[in-house]
Design a protein around this ligand. Structure first.
Ligand code: 6PG
Length: 476
């Protein structure tokens, strides 16, 4: 029993994590349900570090030094439960099982509680960065018990991405906190991808620019405050020419966005917590709309734009779109962080939002320059109620506002869908409104269901006797 850590599940993510650990000097036990896969990884990469391949679970657990640490990297859901049981039944008090898959945080909470009863630590860990990230340095978000982090943290910090010498890994919070923040990371990823998509669509439909020309504009934007991995990826995709047809590749790809569910989880959970994540929600629904062939076919030929689009000042318009993109993205992040705050409150997690933004600066899919500013904002005020209210970000919103309004209204007049640009602007206008029509909704609820309302000038719950003309409200 001499391995520092073990990885079971030798898919691309699992084997790359194992290779990353080995490259960083850890002795890694490896295992897969079908042992041929383990053999394959060992044959191809065995020379990269110290590996102990095992044909079965018994040997795998036996090869781990105590307290044992075993990482599971298999499909979320039932397969993960099955592997947990295989491990747990062979482990001893104090051992640590780490789930690095994209598991739903409520599953993680359930598993953590069950394994705690058996004296085991269960650490639901968010890992972001795709295949390359897993191999060369992902962003790692471990939950579970603080004690488990003492054993696990140093290894994870070492193999994670580093920015300015700081690891992109930190202890997030108890039980499901790690998987929760990874889920919201993915929701933000959806919104970020969608706002870039909206900017692309607008530039194409208004100015008739080619994908390659838009790639050049995005490459320029990527040098400034929009500097991010997703922007960089978008430039690459838009520049790609299809070898078969010589057309821009993006024109050959079917325009139906797929999803594996983490965006939907973020929205479902936000609904449960009562947090408006309009940006993530609209981004998720936009994928749904794109993947609704029957509805799209039925709507082909529907009347469209109210005006012909002749942009007078092209440079100014491009700058407007850039600012609208930045402001909308900011709103989506602000909302995502609110969802994490609400969950921390509901589940008793002590999540350091500044530290979270810090470990998202590198390794993960949403890594971006402006996360530095998010870190600064939450470090300055850990309980900041609204990220867009931080003075640095607020200044940028104010600066972007005229552009944002022009872009959303022009897009609307010309029939170009901008679900995240427009809903983010509505969120901004909603949250800054002194009075909202919610007062009328409360009146309606009280009218038809005696649901009561609160008054601006008195404490308590009130009900109006609507049918009895003019009768004053009564305290409920
Ligand atoms: C990451 C990614 C990863 C996954 C995406 C894809 O952080 O490394 O988010 O987890 O590739 O979530 O998700 P969809 O298939 O739903 O777009």
């Amino acid at each position: 029993a001499s391995a520092d850590i073990g990885v079971t599940g030798m898919g691309v993510m699992g084997s790359n994590l194992a290779r990353n650990l080995a490259r960083n000097g850890y002795k890694v036990a490896i295992h897969n349900r079908s042992s041929a896969k383990t053999e394959e990884v060992y044959t191809e990469h065995g020379s990269e570090g110290e590996f102990i391949p095992s044909e079965n679970m018994e040997d795998f657990v036996g090869s781990l030094s105590r307290p044992r640490v075993a990482i599971i990297m298999v499909k979320a859901g039932a397969p993960t439960d099955a592997v947990i049981e295989e491990l747990a039944s062979r482990m001893e008090e104090g051992d640590i099982i780490v789930d690095c898959g994209n598991s739903l945080f409520t599953d993680t909470r359930r598993r953590e509680a069950a394994l705690k009863e058996r004296g085991l630590h269960f650490v639901g860990t968010g890992v972001s960065g795709g295949e390359e990230g897993a191999l060369w340095g992902p962003s790692i978000m471990p939950g579970g018990s603080p004690q488990s982090y003492d054993r696990l943290g140093p290894m994870f910090e070492k193999i994670s991405a580093h920015v300015d010498g700081e690891p992109c890994c930190t202890y997030i919070g108890a039980d499901g906190a790690g998987h929760f923040v990874k889920m919201v990371h993915n929701g933000i990823e959806y919104a970020d991808m969608q706002v870039i998509g909206e900017a692309y669509d607008l530039l194409r439909r208004s100015l008739g620019l080619s994908p390659a020309e838009i790639a050049d504009i995005f490459a320029e934007w990527n040098k400034g405050e929009l500097d991010s991995y997703l922007m960089e990826v978008s430039v690459e995709v838009l520049r790609q020419v299809d070898a078969k047809t010589d057309k821009p590749l993006v024109d050959v790809i079917v325009d139906a966005a797929a999803q594996k569910g983490t965006g939907a989880w973020t929205v479902q959970t936000a609904l449960d917590l009562g947090v408006p994540v309009t940006g993530i929600g609209e981004a998720t629904f936009a994928r749904g709309l794109s993947s609704s062939p029957a509805q799209r076919a039925a709507a082909q030929g529907f009347a469209g734009e109210a005006q012909e689009w002749n942009v007078e000042d092209r440079e100014a318009f491009i700058e407007d779109v850039r600012k609208a993109l930045y402001a909308s993205k900011l709103v989506a992040y602000s909302q995502g962080f609110n969802e994490i705050q609400a969950a921390a409150e509901a589940y008793g997690w002590d999540i350091n939002l500044g530290a979270l933004a810090r470990i998202w600066r590198g390794g993960c899919i949403i890594r971006a320059q402006f996360l530095n500013e998010i870190t600064r904002a939450y470090d300055a005020d850990a309980k900041l109620p609204l990220l867009i209210g931080d003075s640095y970000f607020y200044e940028r919103i104010v600066d972007a506002l005229p552009s944002w309004r022009r872009v959303v209204s022009q897009a609307t007049l010309h029939g170009v869908p901008v679900p995240v640009f427009s809903s983010s602007l509505s969120y901004y206008d909603g949250v800054r409104s002194e009075r909202l029509p919610a007062a009328l909704i409360q009146g309606q609820r009280d009218f038809f269901g005696a649901h009561t309302y609160q008054r601006t000038d008195a404490e308590g719950a009130f009900h109006t006797m609507w049918a009895e003309d003019g009768r004053a409200e009564v305290q409920w």
